[in-house]
Write a protein that binds this ligand. Structure first.
Ligand code: ZN
Ligand code: ZN
Length: 130
């Protein structure tokens, strides 16, 4: 088993797990663009019980179009989101892939909100959803 450690920019907030991700996806929605500052969000979901969180975080709750609440936990020092939870799916922790700083991390298998995708972005060999 591989130990993977996700970290904020300053390093005080980490999420570590030896589990393999149960879902790896990218999301092109405008909220993910705003949150990440990038043109899409990329995240991996893990069984919550397999993830150890260390450090202090603040929480930002965003209500999705669907009415579901998403709870983003970010470092109060540097502002980076290290994990988040979707209401009703509290048994899973979503972790932004970039927080692992690991270029060999498994590729996404799902690409969602492609109707918001920037025209120059190309996502290969995944399940696509508008
Ligand atoms: Zn930080
Ligand atoms: Zn999104």
């Amino acid at each position: 088993m591989t130990l993977r450690i996700a970290s904020c920019s300053c390093g005080q907030l980490t999420a570590s797990t030896k589990a393999e991700p149960v879902r790896v996806s990218v999301c092109h929605c405008l909220a993910c663009q705003r949150r990440t500052g990038s043109v899409f969000g990329a995240q991996a979901r893990f069984p919550a019980a397999s993830v150890t969180i260390e450090g202090t975080s603040k929480e930002f709750v965003r209500v999705a179009d669907s009415g579901i609440r998403l709870k983003f936990r970010f470092c109060p020092e540097c502002g980076a989101t290290v994990h988040y939870v979707v209401e009703g799916q509290e048994d899973l922790f979503a972790i932004p892939i970039g927080a692992f700083a690991d270029s060999s991390f498994p590729a996404p298998r799902f690409s969602v909100y492609e109707n918001r995708m920037h025209s120059w972005v190309k996502i290969p060999s995944v399940e696509h959803k508008p």
